[in-house]
Design a protein around this ligand. Structure first.
Ligand SMILES: Nc1ncnc2c1ncn2[C@@H]1O[C@H](COP(=O)(O)OP(=O)(O)OP(=O)(O)O)[C@@H](O)[C@H]1O
Ligand SMILES: [Mg+2]
Length: 249
């Protein structure tokens, strides 16, 4: 398998955020993480990305232990952290530069496809929030690592642009052997994109449920309006509400 998490625990002060998180993501698999706001999703990604250390537990990439080590996965954080002194194109190329293998023409092609063709030489302060998000997304897409962690990559986009980016992500991902771990609050987005959906509880976050999404690939937009999609949406919504009600007890 590509990525495995072994019994991750993490507290901030005396607040326990993550409890016994164990999970496996196979090579080429698309896995989404759903959970209430503040449950610890970004914290888990920061641990996978090697930016935070877990109190207990380990992160493995194939057989290699990568706990506390950054650079092994391609990671798009929730706040698109672009370098203000670099242009759009230079920011997008950062992951490739670190791997010493840049392809500016391909980067330009992807940026253009994401509607940023006129902004290649602009600086981050000249971009809207949604544009910054797309640059950070393409930077992650261009990075050569085999696993990509995307923390709510499309949250700042309008519904129309968002659907375009989702379809495009699926097309791009279906061509490569990359694994994707994807945080979202949007149940439809999780169902449309994923092979597997992991539902987290909160206070502290534990894995409540892992759902295997049955829809065939390649997935088309029509799927979103099918009865079986709506059935699944209801089911996942109920499972998430169950988690929240338990919290209120
Ligand atoms: N560096 C930190 N220091 C102290 N507490 C933190 C830190 N980072 C996160 N937390 C706390 O950990 C908990 C989980 O935060 P996290 O950002 O992981 O949630 P999330 O599930 O990503 O939420 P959202 O859906 O709103 O993005 C919150 O209570 C937050 O206040
Ligand atoms: Mg978050």
């Amino acid at each position: 398998m590509a990525l495995s998490l072994h019994n991750i625990n993490k507290s901030f002060g005396n607040k326990k955020v993550l409890q016994n998180i164990s999970l496996q993501i196979e090579k080429g698999e698309f896995v989404s993480l759903l959970g209430p706001s503040g449950s610890g999703k970004s914290t888990l990604f920061n641990i996978i990305g090697g930016l935070f250390s877990p109190d207990e537990g380990d992160v493995f990439l194939e057989e290699r232990k990568i706990t506390n080590r950054s650079g092994h996965i391609s990671y798009m954080p929730q706040q698109p952290s672009l370098f203000p002194w670099r242009t759009v194109l230079e920011n997008a190329l950062l992951g490739q530069e670190l791997a010493k293998k840049t392809d500016a023409e391909y980067a330009k092609k992807l940026l253009t496809k994401a509607g940023l063709g006129d902004m290649l030489d602009a600086y981050p302060h000249q971009l809207s929030g949604g544009m910054k998000q797309r640059v950070a997304f393409i930077r992650a897409l261009l990075s050569p690592q085999e696993i990509m962690c995307l923390d709510e990559p499309f949250s700042a986009l309008d519904a129309f642009t968002r659907l375009d980016m989702q379809k495009w992500l699926l097309e791009t991902w279906e061509e490569v052997e990359q694994s994707i771990f994807f945080i979202t609050h949007d149940i439809e987005e999780a169902l449309f994109l994923s092979d597997k959906i992991v539902i987290l509880s909160s206070n502290p976050a534990e894995i409540k449920e892992i759902i295997h999404v049955p829809f065939e690939r390649p997935r088309k937009e029509e799927l979103l309006l099918s009865y079986s999609f709506l059935d699944w949406k209801r089911e996942v919504t109920e499972k998430m509400e169950m988690g929240n009600n338990e919290l209120k007890k």
